[in-house]
Write a new protein. Structure first.
Length: 390
């Protein structure tokens, strides 16, 4: 178990807005170190965390020109085994990192060339990526389509994000933290955050305000709505993702499989209990939570193109949620220009991957410890532009 202690300032009263994976990971980590933590969220299952496939996949996600995101992702992936072990220890609920490697597959020569470029990109950055012939890929994953042109094997894992979020809440309460089912907003007085105010009816104090030394805004894509006290805008926007859950036989699939079908990216993530997650769309359409017939059709079509036997699986669930996205795909984590107001949002497609690193950055700031290296690329102040220019 990782030992944690409060910093020189002693135990702080911390209020966290948002009980998605980011708010809960920060809250748990702080409560574990001895801080007095209260989390507010009116409806945690409506957040992006509830939809996430749970891939801990920095190398799969590595896009050209996004080295800072890759570095943060690799750093956070290294923290995940201890994060999961500590969570298991605190709750008695096993949080398993599914040991299913990722297989990136190509269905034609163009996609295969793109895989070659991706492998070169990863090798130059010190990542392991193993090129496979189509025959070798099908030996490892028998259900893959015979139309395969080539594949790449990456040593990545996945978690069940819903189980992690629910375990984080249990662990937080074990460490004396509180979760309130109300929405809130920061209270700022003369440039300093002094607590949070309830926006709902059920509340713990008659004044509707909980005093806090530090307020952490981790409200996903809604975070900018809580930052009116800042003298600059924080450009986090909703990015819609639609995703499906199927039921197959446990062990029928051994790898996360990712590919491109008719120009659309698709992934298939197996869980040990036979759940298979198929995702996901990426739609810049604002605050729209509809599951559309076209998206369900395309996701099923594309997944079955890669793994034909999935046609026999049971369709269990279709979900749409909004990712908190930023223009440079990097999250926004750390202190703001308001004393005591900390931001932890903008994790886009990678919030599950980046949760342990985010919790470490936020707790290091609150405890006055030096942040892990590379923290400046994620710093909350980097995206700030004067309000009148946005
Ligand atoms: C389809 C899909 C698939 C994904 N797959 C992956 C994946 O495989 N791997 C990966 O790393 N990432 C993945 N992601 C991204 C990941 O889910 C997000 O980056 C992550 O969940 C963001 O977590 P969060 O806690 O910041 O936000 P959320 O989970 O959205 O939580 C924010 C919370 O804030 C609450 N809130 C809002 N307003 C208030 C208020 N005023 N007061 C209090 N609370 C408030 C909301 O109710 C919500 O519960 C996926 C996302 C989607 C949509």
């Amino acid at each position: 178990m990782t030992a944690l202690t409060v910093g020189a300032k002693g135990p702080q009263r911390v209020a966290v807005l948002g009980a998605g994976i980011i708010g809960l990971a920060c809250a748990w980590r702080l409560a574990r170190a001895g801080h007095r933590v209260t989390v507010l969220d009116p409806s945690a299952r409506t957040g992006a965390t509830y939809a996430a496939a749970g891939m801990i996949a920095p190398a799969s996600e590595a896009a050209f020109g996004q080295d800072a995101l890759l570095a943060a992702g690799l750093a956070s992936a290294r923290l995940w085994p201890t994060f999961a072990a500590d969570l298991t220890h605190d709750t008695g609920r096993p949080i398993e990192l599914t040991p299913c490697a990722t297989m990136l597959v190509a269905l034609d020569a163009d996609d295969d060339n793109a895989l070659t470029r991706h492998v070169r990109h990863l090798h130059r950055r010190g990542c392991t990526a193993e090129r496979l012939t189509s025959r070798a890929a099908r030996r490892l994953e028998a259900g893959l389509t015979p139309r395969l042109a080539g594949a790449v094997l990456l040593h990545e894992t996945a978690v069940d994000a819903r189980k992690v979020a629910s375990a984080l809440e249990v662990a937080l309460v074990e460490h004396g933290g509180t979760v309130l089912a109300v929405s809130g907003e920061p209270v700022v007085h003369e440039g300093t955050a002094t607590g949070v105010r309830s926006l709902g009816e059920r509340w713990a104090t008659t004044s509707g305000v909980i005093d806090a030394d530090v307020v952490v805004v981790a409200a996903g894509w809604r975070s900018p709505q809580m930052l009116s006290a800042l003298d600059h805008a924080v450009p986090i926007r909703p990015l819609k993702g639609q995703i499906l859950r199927l039921r197959s036989s446990p062990g029928a699939l051994g790898h996360t499989v990712r590919g491109t079908v008719r120009g659309r990216e698709v992934y298939v993530v197996p869980r040990p209990d036979g759940e298979v997650v198929v995702g996901a769309t990426s739609e810049d359409v604002g605050e729209d939570l509809r599951v559309t017939a076209g998206a369900v059709h395309d996701l099923l079509h594309d997944a079955i193109e890669l793994l034909p036997e999935l046609a026999e699986a049971t369709l269990v669930e279709s979900t749409a949620r909004l990712r908190p996205a930023t223009s440079d795909n990097l999250p926004v984590v750390g202190p703001t220009c308001v004393d005591g107001l900390v931001l932890a949002s903008g994790h886009g497609r990678d919030g599950i991957l980046l949760a342990p690193l985010t919790a470490e950055l936020v707790s290091a700031h609150i405890d006055g410890r030096p942040p892990p290296s590379g923290a400046e690329t994620l710093a909350a102040q980097r995206l700030c532009t004067p309000k009148e220019l946005t």
